[in-house]
Design a protein around this ligand. Structure first.
Ligand code: 13P
Ligand code: SF4
Length: 366
């Protein structure tokens, strides 16, 4: 019997309220055949349906250990790829909207990283002297590149431990795609700023001289997060003028200047834990995505904690926002009908090599 796939068009006009009821029913029907993973930046109407929430590291561990037949990832494309790579071959990873990408991840691709590696080879021997480190916010073939070249993956939670591991292997690190995470982590480890150079992938030799490359300890890819780059040190100064007792906490994808002005810097999971553990009646200015900051405010308001968004203008991760209750319900109803929609499947060879780099990361972060 051929069962036809319910089209997404049947779902887009449903109201959020209608979806909530139907999502609950679908969840019950799928039982433990399904696990829903939700990143902290997901909007509330989706986040409420996650069986597990977390930052990139926590969710990748969850994907690696889940027994469910289907893993629906409410997050962005690279996260669903990691779920596919780390899960068993018979498990299915699903991304409710295939257009939920990550603009930072798109700033590095295999062709420009390969070119950088070859160009570096005209000055140094990268396979002997450079550990490639990719932020988890990158495509699977870049994780495979790291697996192939003795490199590793990092997240915002374990970046320091991963860089320490990288320096034990070789004297230099090529860090992509987020220059800010690389710089903030390197500086926290004691590296001076002039030993961290930026590789501009639009320029020959990354726009660097041979001397700069030879002297560098970390070569930072010229990538950034379009959301976190909107936070500015002046926003912190202005807020502190009004509320001098405020604690500042930022994600390490923020600029060096913002992180230097922050009392705490860490992943989304770290931000949540720090505010949760803080004394009652404290005020927080947070440099990370809006959905999480709003949720934190609601969650801790009853303790007298006041949680504010760093930027005066609203900036959300528009790609995370593409995952809506309508797409989630569409995927789940199709699973009930025996259809798989929006499966994320990484090509076998890439998956094998990427897994090596991811497993190195999981080992380092134990
Ligand atoms: P976390 O791993 O800290 O959740 O960060 C993921 C991300 O994409 C932040 O922009
Ligand atoms: Fe990518 Fe930035 Fe969105 Fe994180 S917040 S998923 S880095 S675009």
């Amino acid at each position: 019997m051929i069962i036809s796939t319910a089209p997404i068009q049947d779902y887009t006009a449903l109201s959020d309220a209608e979806c909530q009821q139907r999502l609950g029913d679908a969840r019950d029907e799928l039982g433990d055949r399904l696990v829903i993973l939700g990143h902290h930046y997901q909007r509330d109407e989706v986040f409420a349906h996650a069986d597990f929430s977390g930052d990139s590291l926590k969710l990748s561990k969850q994907a690696a250990t889940s027994a469910a037949e289907f893993i629906i990832f409410c997050g962005v494309h690279f996260m669903a790829e990691v779920a596919d790579i780390l899960s068993r071959p018979d498990q299915v990873a699903i991304l409710p909207d295939l257009s939920a990408g990550c603009s930072m991840a798109d700033m590095a691709n295999l062709s420009n990283v390969d070119r950088a590696w070859k160009e570096l080879a005209s000055v140094i021997d990268p396979d002997e002297e450079v550990t490639p480190v990719t932020y988890i916010n990158s495509a699977a073939d870049l994780k495979a590149f790291c697996g192939l070249h003795g490199g590793i993956v990092c997240t915002s939670t374990n970046a320091r431990r991963v860089l320490e591991w990288g320096f034990k292997q070789r004297g230099k690190i090529l860090f992509f795609p987020d220059q800010h995470l690389g710089r903030n982590t390197g500086f926290a480890m004691g590296l001076p700023l002039d030993e961290m150079v930026v590789w501009d992938y639009d320029l020959p030799m990354g726009g660097l001289t041979k001397e700069q490359i030879k002297k560098a300890k970390i070569i930072l890819w010229k990538g950034f997060c379009s959301v976190h780059q909107l936070f500015q040190p002046e926003q912190i100064d202005n807020f502190l003028k009004q509320y001098p007792q405020t604690k500042i906490i930022s994600h390490p994808e923020c600029s060096f200047e913002v992180c230097q002005k922050s009392d705490y810097v860490g992943s989304t999971e770290y931000i949540i834990k720090t505010i949760a553990d803080a004394a009652p009646n404290t005020r927080w200015l947070v440099g990370t995505e809006l959905n999480l900051v709003k949720r934190l405010h609601k969650q801790f308001e009853h303790q007298g904690k006041s949680v504010h968004f760093m930027s005066p203008t609203l900036c959300m991760c528009s790609t995370m926002f593409r995952i809506d209750p309508q797409h989630l319900l569409w995927c789940m109803d199709n699973l009930i009908d025996g259809n798989i929609v929006n499966q994320i499947k990484v090509p076998k060879n890439d998956a094998k090599l990427a897994r090596i780099a991811l497993e190195r990361m999981l080992e380092v972060s134990k």
